[in-house]
Every structure is written in structure tokens, then in C-alpha cells.
Design a protein around this ligand. Structure first.
Ligand code: PLP
Length: 446
């Protein structure tokens, strides 16, 4: 991504960041809508996070032994996400997903994992597999260096298509260790689950004895305090309000089935929905490290007791639970307040509405959607519900838009298969982004 190949541009080298901005080596300033691919929730160089890191580093960079900071970050996560009773820290989302599927296999004694076309879970060998054309299919490697035998342990189904998942469960159910899903697909644009999709996955898992694994590396602590799974539940005052639906031409169908399947004026009444689709294993990353290399996987105490040293599943890491990285995570999560998620939601909404309006004025059909500090845009006349839809977007138009926005001081993700991010510091940059988008849309040839 950072090579800018997908948008036909030369990569920028970032020299420093400050709040909503990044500055490149040539001293150009950009409003940053990549935000460290979502790891930055409060803005770049956020003072309390930087101070915590300096303070921790002053005591030594790491010891490969237990430290209090690790327990404190674990307590924050366990307190925020009811499905997690125990949590293990690792260093990247990739490593956390890899460990989570090992845990699913250890706990079930089964091998196969079902993932969704267009779902990205890091560069785990067995998950670098492409989609079949529509139907659920055994995975084929998507990358050089991945043996067929490893890729074939993965089953791929289309996102938002319960019938296909059910067909796969009928064929492979007894071999299925887990279903791995991004509760909002954020690596093929911004694709929310249709109503009943996640609850349907929950009941299919229960039917065949597989574990439901939520990859909340991107959504965790970004769409709400906790993650997507705590959105409708919200006993915590820090939880965010529900998501904004797709707003775009032809969005009616998606709106009916988009986010927040059980919208409820009383947050506590939303809980059944969260329990309906409660995952067995949750994978976290990005935000929980406050910009440092931290990721985690967790679940019930019983399930996590399969992991070494309590159980037979080996998993370890020299740098895991590193005190400096843990300090950054604690500081970042401690800085999350109710107004943080309200602000993130307002910023995302202002951007999606603003861009929507400017696109329409210039005659472009744009799909937009947002949830907390996560949002997306797609040049498409139809809402995006799966990978095939995502592939059918006008990617060369996005590439032109990307370059036009860079020229006007806005750093978008350098691929139209990516979601967009904001931090709570982006409030002051909203107008600038919308003005740049207006000029950019007008500059594009129709
Ligand atoms: C970023 C991401 C990963 C991989 O995390 P890394 O830290 O880059 O290895 C996994 N899953 C999802 C949903 C992600 O967005």
C-alpha cells in the first residue's frame, strides 16, 4: 500500500505528525485520513501517549518478563469487552490472527477455517487466499510462497451471504474449526454487515461446533469503546452510539440491512443483539497499541486456558507485552472518553455528508458510510455489500481522486480497497478536506 502503486503515484516519506496532520520529507502538510491504518485514535503525537512512552522507555525497553503494565492493559480490555475474560498480547494483527486460528484448531481438534472474500487478516499464510467466483470454494493461494496444501485449509465465502456460508457448513461442518470475520469489512472499502449476518454466523457456528472469531483489529476501540461487538450494548458510558448507514445513490437496500440490526433508543435494550452474535475469540490490534506494535487475542477463560502455559497450545513472543508498547496502549485507551466516540462519529458523518454533496454537485456517484472513527467512500452507483461489488467500483477514478487530493493537502488511503480513518483531532480539519474534495471532484474529467 505504502508504495502507492495502486494509485499510480510516487510514495511520500512521512517525517512527522501532529494531530490530524502528517508532514512529508519535503515539508508538505497533509490532513491524514490513513491515521496509521487506524492505529491512531487521538491524533498524531498525542501528548499523554508520548509522555507515557518516554516515561516507560526511561526504565528500560523490555525484559521478556511479566510486567504490571501488561496486566493493566489486559484489565482495560477485559472491562470493555464482555466476551473477553482472558487476553494474550502479541506484536501485530497478523500474529494475533495466526494465534487465534491456532486456538480455534486446538480447542476444536479441527483444521478448516472459513473466511470471507475480500476479508484481510494480515499475512498469515493460510489466509492469503483469493475468493471463488460467487460460490463458496476451497482457497487458492493469493501470494507466492504459500503452498496449496496450506491454502486449502481455508474455505472462502462471499461476505454478507449467509446462504453460501450455510452451504459451506453443510459440506465442511465437521472439519470446520472456526469462522473468521471482520464484523465490518474494512479491507475492501467500508462494508457493514447486513441485518442478521453476524447473528446467522453465530448460529451456524453453534450448529456445527465451530468457533466464531471476530477480527476487530480495525474496528476494536475505533467504532466504539470495546469494538463492533459492544456497539449496541453500551453499558459503558464510553461506548459510542450506533453507526451511520450508507448514504448514496441506491443505498436503500443497504440501509435496510446495514449496521445496527437492532437499533434501540435505550442502549441497554440493545444487548440481546450483541449476545446473538457474541464471538468466541476476538482479535484486536491497531488502536490498542496507541501507535506502538501491540495486538491481542482473547476469549472466555475456559477457551483461553488452552493456551500455554495453562494448556497445550504453544504461543509466545520475545517482545510480547513489551512495557513501552503497553504504556502507549494504556495511555491511548485511558484517553478515550464518551465525547471521544461522539466526536469521531460527528467527524466521520460530516466528512461523508460533505463529500457526498460535493461529489453529487460534480456529477459523481459516490457511496459513503461510517461507524465511529471508521468510514469509507467508493465510486459506485450501487452500495457495496461484498468483494465482487468492491471490485466493480471505479478504481481508476479513485486513483485520480487520490492524486487530486494529495495535490490539495489531503492524504487518502492509497487504494480504493481500503477504509478511511479519522482521529478525534480531525475536527479542525473537516472543512479543509471537504473544500479539497470539492476542488478535486471538479478537476476530474467526466
Ligand atoms: C490491519 C489488519 C490486520 C493485520 O494487522 P497487522 O498489524 O498489519 O499485522 C488484521 N486484520 C484486520 C481486520 C486488519 O485491519
Amino acid at each position: 500500500m505504502r508504495s502507492f502503486r495502486a494509485v499510480g503515484d510516487e510514495p511520500v516519506f512521512i517525517e512527522h505528525g501532529d494531530g490530524p496532520f502528517v508532514f512529508d520529507a519535503d515539508s508538505n502538510r497533509y490532513v491524514d485520513l490513513v491515521c496509521g491504518w487506524g492505529s491512531c485514535l487521538h491524533g498524531h503525537a498525542y501528548p499523554s501517549v508520548v509522555e507515557a512512552v518516554i516515561k516507560a522507555a526511561d526504565k528500560g525497553l523490555g525484559f521478556g518478563a511479566c510486567c504490571e503494565a501488561e496486566s493493566r492493559l489486559a484489565e482495560i480490555i477485559i472491562g470493555a469487552i464482555p466476551s473477553i475474560e482472558r487476553v494474550r498480547f502479541v506484536n501485530s494483527g497478523t500474529e494475533a490472527v495466526m494465534s487465534a486460528i491456532r486456538l480455534a484448531r486446538a480447542a476444536t481438534g479441527r483444521t478448516k477455517i472459513l473466511k470471507f472474500a475480500g476479508g484481510y487478516h494480515g499475512h498469515v499464510d493460510s489466509l492469503l487466499v483469493s475468493a471463488g467466483s460467487g460460490a463458496a470454494t476451497l482457497g487458492r493461494p493469493d501470494s507466492a510462497g504459500v503452498p496449496e496444501s496450506i491454502a486449502s485449509t481455508t474455505i472462502v465465502a462471499p461476505y454478507n451471504d449467509l446462504a453460501e456460508v450455510e452451504a459451506a457448513v453443510t459440506s465442511y461442518g465437521k472439519e470446520l474449526a472456526g469462522i473468521l470475520v471482520e464484523p465490518i469489512a474494512g479491507n475492501m472499502g467500508f462494508v457493514p454487515p447486513v441485518q442478521g449476518f453476524l447473528a446467522g454466523l453465530r448460529s451456524l457456528c453453534d450448529r456445527c461446533g465451530a468457533l466464531l472469531i471476530f477480527d476487530e483489529v480495525m474496528t476494536g476501540f475505533r467504532v466504539a469503546w470495546g469494538g463492533y461487538q459492544t456497539l449496541n450494548q453500551s453499558p459503558s458510558p464510553r461506548a459510542g452510539a450506533p453507526c451511520e448507514h450508507f448514504a448514496g445513490p441506491g443505498a436503500g437496500a443497504a440501509r435496510a440491512g446495514a449496521l445496527n440490526p437492532n437499533p434501540s433508543p435505550n442502549p441497554s435494550v440493545g444487548a440481546p443483539n450483541a449476545i446473538d452474535s457474541r464471538p468466541d475469540i476476538t482479535v484486536l490490534g491497531k488502536v490498542i497499541g496507541g501507535g506502538m506494535p501491540v495486538a491481542a487475542y482473547g476469549g472466555t477463560a475456559a477457551l483461553m486456558s488452552n493456551v500455554s502455559p495453562l494448556g497445550p497450545m504453544y504461543q509466545a513472543g520475545t517482545l510480547s507485552g513489551n512495557p513501552v508498547a503497553m504504556a502507549a496502549g494504556i495511555a491511548a485507551l485511558s484517553a478515550c472518553k464518551e465525547q471521544t466516540y461522539n466526536r469521531l462519529r460527528q467527524i466521520s458523518r460530516a466528512l461523508t455528508e460533505g463529500l457526498q454533496m460535493k461529489a453529487r454537485e460534480s456529477g459523481f456517484e459516490l457511496q459513503t458510510g461510517s461507524c465511529g472513527g471508521l468510514w469509507g467512500l467508493a465510486f459506485s452507483p450501487r452500495p457495496i455489500r461484498n468483494f465482487d461489488d468492491a471490485k466493480s467500483c471505479d478504481h481508476s477514478r479513485y486513483a485520480q481522486f487520490f492524486r487530486a487530493m494529495m495535490d490539495r493537502g489531503v492524504f487518502l488511503p492509497p487504494s480504493s480497497f481500503e477504509a478511511l480513518f479519522v482521529s478525534a483531532a480531525h475536527e479542525s480539519a473537516v472543512e479543509q478536506v471537504i473544500a479539497a474534495a470539492d476542488k478535486s471532484f471538479r478537476s476530474l474529467r467526466r
